[in-house]
Design a protein around this ligand. Structure first.
Ligand SMILES: NC(=O)c1ccc[n+]([C@@H]2O[C@H](COP(=O)([O-])OP(=O)(O)OC[C@H]3O[C@@H](n4cnc5c(N)ncnc54)[C@H](OP(=O)(O)O)[C@@H]3O)[C@@H](O)[C@H]2O)c1
Length: 314
């Protein structure tokens, strides 16, 4: 087996940490790209101890900040001649915040963390990925995007820079789903753009996965309560972490790109959303990609916004 160089954002807890452990245990070189070095050093020590690997390192990045990403990427390129696997796992989600928050770049915080930050990081690491003979990017998405099976559901494109922060109801839960839909739209478009470089890019549609105690502590009381009740019914973290590793290393996925991948590592087909029976089946199974994600107008809107945002000097 060839050793691959892997970046995992948010590798200090939850799925990211368990995936980092598995990559390290399999002999790969893992870069844990985390925002809080103090918290993450403990995770680094745990992983090194558990795997007896000296091939795990920690680098600081806040994926909600363009300046931080612009610091991280050259630092990575200085240290490593290529990048084989990039996993955008870090996310800001449902912590029960009531007020609209902006990132340092003036972007709604959920979008900055879950969509535009990963987009910039992907863009800045493109050359490193090109040097791999089997480069793969995996975007951590969520089955929350299935809300887009409802034809009325739309991304609030007009409210991603604080435009309506004072005069429109704000739901971080909805913004989270919107931001992950944006990530899915960007996944499809990036796959086309990067095809000629041999870089594959897919999204994994993650269902409820058990939240670690440390993750639950970040939630507001209400959501901590919900997560505590639901936790026994959710998938073990290890299952999803194994899926990350499988999609990023298995030969079966070597030429797969531009796909949404479900919890059993199957490629999700587009939803038809035509007959009543389609709609019921698609809603119940959560096994289809909502039409919204393949709509060229939506792809174009998010692509234009993302490229304009990252082109601005920070
Ligand atoms: N668990 C689920 O049920 C579920 C369901 C659907 C999708 N997902 C997706 O799965 C992925 C992993 O989630 P998880 O359940 O493992 O949650 P988690 O344990 O909270 O992991 C999220 C990680 O992201 C990091 N992070 C957040 N904001 C960041 C930023 N600005 N810069 C750098 N890192 C940042 C967190 O770091 P800190 O420790 O510093 O906060 C944490 O390490 C996420 O993309 C999530 O949306 C999870």
């Amino acid at each position: 087996m060839n050793q691959r160089i892997v970046i995992i954002t948010g590798a200090n807890s939850g799925i990211g940490k368990v995936a980092a452990t598995k990559f390290a245990a399999e002999g790969h070189h893992v870069v844990m790209a985390c925002r809080n070095l103090e918290r993450s050093r403990k995770a680094l020590d745990d992983i090194r101890l558990q795997t007896e690997s000296d091939q795990v390192e920690l680098m600081q990045v806040d994926v909600s900040s363009f300046a931080s990403i612009r610091r991280f990427c050259p630092e990575f390129r200085e240290k490593h001649a290529r990048l084989d696997i990039l996993i955008h796992n870090a996310a800001y989600f449902e912590y029960g915040k009531k007020e609209y928050q902006l990132s340092p770049d003036g972007i709604e915080l959920t979008f900055a963390t879950n969509a535009f930050g990963p987009f910039l990081m992907t863009h800045l690491l493109r050359d490193s990925l090109k040097k791999s003979d089997d480069a793969r990017i995996l975007n951590a998405c969520t089955d929350n995007v299935m809300h887009f099976l409802d034809p009325k559901r739309k991304i609030e494109f007009d409210n991603l820079r604080g435009e309506h922060r004072d005069n429109r109801p704000y739901s971080v839960y909805k913004m989270y789903g919107d931001s992950k839909m944006a990530l899915l739209l960007l996944t499809f478009k990036l796959a086309e753009e990067y095809r000629t470089d041999g870089i594959k890019i897919n999204a994994i549609i993650i269902p409820g996965v058990k939240l670690s105690t440390e993750t639950r502590k970040k939630l507001s009381f209400r959501y901590r309560f919900i997560a505590t009740i639901m936790n026994p019914f959710w998938l073990p973290v290890k299952v999803m972490a194994n899926n990350y590793v499988h999609i990023c290393t298995d030969d079966g996925f070597r030429s797969v790109t531009g796909q949404a991948i479900g919890k059993k590592n199957s490629i999700l087909p587009p939803a038809r959303q035509q007959s009543a029976s389609d709609k019921i089946r698609e809603f119940i199974t959560f096994g289809y990609v909502p039409k919204y994600a393949h709509d060229p107008g939506n792809v174009e809107t998010i692509w234009k916004m993302a490229t304009e945002l990252i082109d601005k000097p920070t």
